[in-house]
Every structure is written in C-alpha cells, then in structure tokens.
Ligand binder design. Structure first.
Ligand code: UGA
Length: 477
C-alpha cells in the first residue's frame, strides 16, 4: 500500500464520531458509517447529535476539507476502506448483566462478506473477553478476501467531555494484533500521536480487549472504594474529602478517580463491570471477579444515601416539598443521561411526592424525553426558586460558581445537599445555609462546628479557603 490507508468508522456515537473526526483532522480520508440514516445525514450536514466540547468544529473542518463523509452504505464503506474500525455500542443485555453484542454482530455480519481486498478490521467497541478470538476466527471464512482480511483489537479509553483530547493524545495506544502487517498498519494510522511520544503497546487481541474492561473495572473499584469510605466517615464523623486527599497523595494510590460523591454512571463503567463479571462467571472465573458485584452495590447505595440526605435536609419528608436539582447529566461536560446517578436521584425524589425543578446546562432535552414529569427550568436561579431544598447532583463548573447569598434570596429554605463536593462548604454555611454532603460531618448553621466546617486537610481539588463574609457581601444583591 503506497498511499495512506483509507479509513472507515462503523458506529457514530461518542466514540465513533470522535474517532472519525480526529483521524480526518490528521489528514486521513475517513468514511463514517451508521445504520441510522437520520444520524448519518445530520453528521454529513455538520451537526453533532450529542454534546461533546470541541468535536463539532473538527467534524465541520473534516467535511469542508472533503476528507470526512458519512453514509449508511456498507458496500460503499467496504469498497472505500483499507482499515475498518468498529465502534458500535455494546449495551447491557436487558434482564441480565451480560453485554448485548447484537450491534457488533450485525456490523460484522454485514461487513465481512463485502471485504474483497486485503484490509484490517479493527475492534474498538468495549466487549467481554473472548469476543476478539471468536471474530478473529470467523473473519477469513466470512470475507471473500480470505486471510487478506485480518482482525485486530485497539480499545479506546476516551472519556466523554474529553473525547477530542483523549483521541488525539491518549495516555497509551493498545495494538492487539496477530501479525506484523496489522501492527504496521496501526502504526501508520497513529503515526502522529506516536511521533508526539504516546506509548504504543503491542499485544495480542485477547489481551487488548481485556485491557479495556479491566481498566474500567479498576476505575469503578477506585470510585466505589472511596465511596465505601464515605459510608464509614458517615458513621464515625470523619471527613471523606480530607481522607481522599491524604490517600491520593500516596503515589501508589493517586488522587485521580478518587472523588467521592454520588458514584459512577454513564454508558460505560456500570455496564462494563456487569458484563465482565457475567463473562467471568461463564468462563468459570466468577469467584475472581465476585468483588465487582460489591463495587456495583456500593455505587448504587450512594443514590439511596443521597435521597436520604435530601429527606433529612427537607426536615424529614419529601412528599409535597419543592426540590431544586442542579445537574442531571451523568457527569459535567456531557449531555449523556445513561445510568445517570443524578437523574435517578431526581426521579426517585419526584416519585416520593416532591415537586422537582431541574436545571442542567446540556442534558435537559434528553432528560425531558425520559422524565417529562420533572419541571425543567432555564437557569440555576430558576431551579432554585422557592425550593425547600437544593441538590447539586452533577458538578458543572457554573454550579460551583453560584453565589450562596444570591441563591439564599431565591429559595424558600437555605438547605443544600452537595452530592459532588463541588461547593465551598464553609462559605455556604457562613451565608446561613444548612450544607450537607455525603461522607462529610454535618454542622448545621448556628452550631459550634459551623464556622469550622472545613476539613482538617484542605483537599487539592477543593475550591480553596475563601473569605466567606467578603464573598457574601460582594455577592449580595
Ligand atoms: C469511562 C472511562 O474513564 C474511559 O477511560 C473509558 O474510555 C469510557 O468510560 C468508556 O468505556 O468508553 P466516562 O464514562 O466518559 O469514561 O467517564 P468518567 O470520567 O470515567 O466518569 C465515569 C463516572 O464516574 C461519572 O459518573 C463520574 O461522575 C464518576 N466519577 C469519576 C466519580 O464519581 N469519581 C471520580 O473520581 C471519577
């Protein structure tokens, strides 16, 4: 192959669209493929069907340059591509913990019989162990190109909200290959990040697919570990923020992924740990990963705890109360509400009889489709108006910047539950708020602990000490 390989990307969700647009920005000709015609049309028109900072300009630049296009046609894609990336979704199978590989199977079954010349099919979707081996065996028999069509596995570690940076400059590139030819092709595709020093780890496809699910299982374990410690803090009176900061400073532990709060959600971590545990059990290694059930349980308990904290802050009952909710996305920087802890808490509180007013900078349209029973407002102030209790459930930066004095004039009662530890507790308490946060000692206003509500060790990620009185005066309207 003397010219640069032409690339196709099957599946245009967060992963596939970011991959396609980023590779086009590196100078490749890229064809994105989706079975959803409306989605392909929107992308071809330069419109991103989801929120992802920085991705739309890259999409438009690729389209303008004529290097990026979208289609629903598998024959066109097979004809076009030398390297075919499969980025389709692998959601949780309804009624079980296992992964639903229907989309992957249908993509493979549609593409393989059309592959007439040498090419590389690269799995990027997150799949349970054993998937790469099964498809690697099937490919030469299913493709007219025979052994000229080869499978590789190249998992993706991008985080929603950081998709562009994580794709262009990942921490590492994992090349799961069975041949030198496949390795050389992936080196060519990733020549730019490799030249910039991104580590390129060559392994077999079986290990590569496991790296991805093991990484997500580890991240989930870390988050649930600190949230389990938050539970211990709640019964001992210790402060989980100070604890997390002290733990994270040990380089063997590290502070990233050690933020306590409402736990993990989204389209990846929850379903990936369940799929990994389910496949391990099928393979006879269920005991090795049985701890993942506990990781899941700890995570889900956080949501219940938050509802309890909201009830306590609302004077013991939620029925008939007005509750203001800040954030329904599963994390800031995203409009994704799949398995969102924030949205689940809001919906549970609504189901308990409260009137729930919600604001989220990006996720309200999606949330409204699933939960039309919540009252969607256009701003933080709108969600806070006349609230008996305010809940910060997703840590968007604009929520951390909200002024406690301004909000105090909007709400019915100064009660806030900060599920994500995004606020300066002392500043809010000094402005008269009953501030509560999971895993942190409570110091209702007016009690001796109120002014001393800061953790003994000020966490690095905290907003830092702030002269609350000055802030209150400056923010007063
Ligand atoms: C996650 C992984 O971080 C990516 O590496 C992986 O590629 C991706 O899944 C995937 O499998 O596609 P993502 O789901 O976008 O990425 O989000 P994260 O930033 O990892 O956050 C996941 C959840 O954990 C969020 O709900 C977040 O609020 C929560 N979280 C994260 C915490 O509660 N504490 C933390 O310290 C970190």
């Amino acid at each position: 192959m003397t010219r640069r390989p032409r690339l196709t990307v099957f599946g245009t969700g967060y992963l596939g669209t970011a991959h396609a647009a980023c590779l086009a920005s590196l100078g490749f000709e890229v064809l994105g493929v989706d079975v959803d015609a409306a989605r392909a049309r929107a992308l071809q028109a330069g419109t991103l069907p989801f929120y992802e900072p920085g991705l739309e300009p890259l999409l438009r630049a690729g389209l303008r340059a004529g290097r990026l296009a979208f289609t629903t046609s598998y024959p066109a894609a097979a004809e076009f591509g030398d390297v075919h990336f499969i980025c389709v979704g692998t959601p949780q199978r309804p009624g079980s913990g296992g992964a639903d590989l229907t989309q992957f199977e249908s993509c493979f079954a549609g593409l393989a019989p059309l592959l007439r010349r040498p090419c590389l099919v690269v799995g990027k979707s997150t799949v349970p162990p054993g998937t790469a081996a099964a498809y690697g065996q099937r490919l030469p028999g299913a493709a007219p190109a025979g052994t000229g069509a080869e499978l590789a596995w190249n998992p993706e570690f991008l985080r929603e909200g950081h998709a562009v940076a994580d794709t262009l400059r990942p921490d590492r590139i994992i090349a799961g290959v069975w041949s030198v030819r496949a390795e050389a092709t992936l080196r060519e595709v990733y020549a730019e990040p490799l030249a910039a020093g991104v580590p390129f780890l060559v392994t077999d496809p079986l290990t590569a697919e496991l790296v991805k699910v093991a990484a997500n299982a580890f991240l989930a374990t870390k988050i649930s570990f600190i949230n389990a410690m938050a539970e211990v803090c709640e019964v001992t009176g210790a402060d989980v923020l100070g604890l997390a900061d002290a733990l994270g400073r040990d380089p063997r532990i590290g502070g990233a992924g050690l933020r306590p709060g409402l736990g993990f959600g989204g389209g990846c971590l929850p379903k990936d740990i369940r799929a990994l545990a389910a496949r391990a059990a099928e393979l006879g290694a269920g005991q090795a990963l049985s701890f993942l059930h506990e990781i899941d349980a700890i995570n889900l308990r956080r949501r219940t705890r938050l509802v309890d904290l909201a009830r306590e802050a609302a004077d013991g009952r939620l029925d008939g109360r007005r509750v203001g909710v800040l954030g329904v996305a599963f994390k800031p920087g995203s409009d994704d509400i799949r398995d969102s802890p924030a949205l689940e808490v809001a919906a549970r509180i609504r189901a308990l009889g409260a009137r729930v007013a919600v604001f989220d900078p990006a996720a309200m349209d999606r949330a409204g489709q699933v939960h039309p029973d919540l009252d969607y407002r256009g701003s933080v102030l709108g969600a806070a108006r006349d609230a008996d209790v305010l809940l910060l459930l997703t840590e968007w930066p604009e929520f951390a910047a909200a002024d406690p004095m301004v909000l105090a004039k909007t709400v019915a009662r100064r009660a806030i539950v900060d599920a994500r530890h995004a606020l300066d507790a002392a500043a809010w308490r000094d402005c008269g708020w009953d501030y509560r946060a999971p895993g942190r000692p409570g110091h209702p206003p007016g009690t001796p602990g109120a002014a001393a509500g800061r953790p003994a060790i000020v966490p690095r990620h905290d907003l830092g000490p702030r002269d609350a009185e000055v802030a209150c005066l400056a923010g007063a309207i």
